[in-house]
Design a protein around this ligand. Structure first.
Ligand code: ATP
Length: 234
C-alpha cells in the first residue's frame, strides 16, 4: 500500500472529529472519500498531511510510519496535498507560482517541469505570464494542482477539487485527473460531487461523523442505493 491509515483519532481542541478512521490506497489507484459537509473529509486529509496530527492511530506511507511527523517532512516523503482553498500567490505569474515550489523528487518516475504541467493543463500555458490573482476559480484549481505536481509527489491528496467550479470546468478537470491516473499517479480525493468522484475512482469510502460507514469498489457503491441515500442524501 502506498498509503495506509489505521484507526486514527483526531481532535480539534476537545472536539473529537475523527473517530477511528481507517483507509488505504494502493499504487496507481484513485480512491475517493465521500461525505456530506462536516463529515470529516478535510480533517482526514489534513491528518494524513500532518496538519491536524492524530492523537492516536497510525498513518503509513510506503510502510513507513509518518503519523506525528511535521507537514514538510511528510511532503518530502512524496505526499502532495492540494487544499480546498486553492491559495495561489496572487502577485506571482503562473510560471512563478509553479517554479517557487519546485523540488526534486526521489527519482522515481518522470520528473515534473513547467512544460509538463502546461502539457497537462494547456489553459495554464496560455496564462504563463499572467498574475495568479487574476485567474478564474477553475484556472486557480489547475494551478494549485500543477504546483503540487512540481514537488514530484508519489501520491496526491486532492481536497474537493470540483467544488464551486462550473460543469464545463469540472469536466475538463476530470479528464486531466484521468490522464494523471493513466500516467500512474496514485490519488486520494475527497468529494461531495458524486458523479465527478465515481467517474474517476476505483474505490470509494463514505465518511459520516468522523467514522467510515462504507467501503467498496465504485461499481459496488453505484449499486448501493441505501448507502448513498443514508449517508449522502442522494
Ligand atoms: P467540508 O465539506 O465542509 O469541508 P468535511 O467533510 O471536509 O466538510 P471537516 O472540515 O473535516 O469536514 O470537518 C469535520 C468536523 O470538524 C466538522 O464538525 C467541523 O465543524 C469540525 N472542524 C473543522 N475544522 C475545525 C477547526 N479548525 N476547529 C474546530 N472544529 C473544526
Amino acid at each position: 500500500m502506498v498509503l495506509e491509515v489505521s484507526q486514527i483519532h483526531t481532535y480539534y481542541g476537545s472536539s473529537h472529529v475523527l473517530q477511528g478512521v481507517s483507509l488505504s490506497v494502493a499504487e496507481g489507484e484513485v480512491v475517493c472519500l465521500l461525505g456530506r459537509n462536516g463529515a470529516g473529509k478535510t480533517t482526514t486529509l489534513r491528518t494524513i498531511m500532518g496538519l491536524a496530527p492524530p492523537r492516536s492511530g497510525s498513518v503509513k506511507a510506503r510502510g513507513r510510519e509518518i503519523g506525528g511527523l511535521p507537514p514538510h517532512a511528510i511532503a518530502r516523503l512524496g505526499i502532495g496535498f492540494v487544499p480546498e482553498d486553492r491559495r495561489v500567490y496572487p502577485d506571482l505569474t503562473v510560471r512563478e507560482n509553479l517554479l517557487v515550489v519546485h523540488r526534486r523528487g526521489d527519482g522515481a518516475g518522470r520528473a515534473w517541469t513547467v512544460d509538463r504541467v502546461y502539457e497537462l493543463f494547456p489553459v495554464l500555458a496560455r496564462l504563463d505570464s499572467h498574475k495568479g490573482g487574476y485567474l478564474s476559480g477553475g484556472e486557480q484549481q489547475m494551478l494549485t494542482i500543477g504546483r503540487t505536481l512540481m514537488t514530484n509527489p508519489r501520491i496526491l491528496l486532492l481536497d474537493e477539487p470540483a467544488e464551486g467550479l462550473s460543469p464545463l470546468v469540472v469536466q475538463a478537470l476530470a479528464e486531466q485527473i484521468m490522464r494523471l491516473k493513466r500516467e500512474g499517479m496514485t490519488i486520494l480525493l475527497s468529494e461531495q460531487n458524486l458523479r465527478f468522484a465515481t467517474h474517476l475512482s476505483d474505490r470509494a469510502y463514505v465518511i459520516e461523523k468522523g467514522t467510515i460507514r462504507y467501503e467498496g469498489t465504485v461499481a459496488e457503491f453505484e449499486q448501493n442505493e441505501a448507502v448513498r441515500h443514508r449517508y449522502l442524501m442522494v
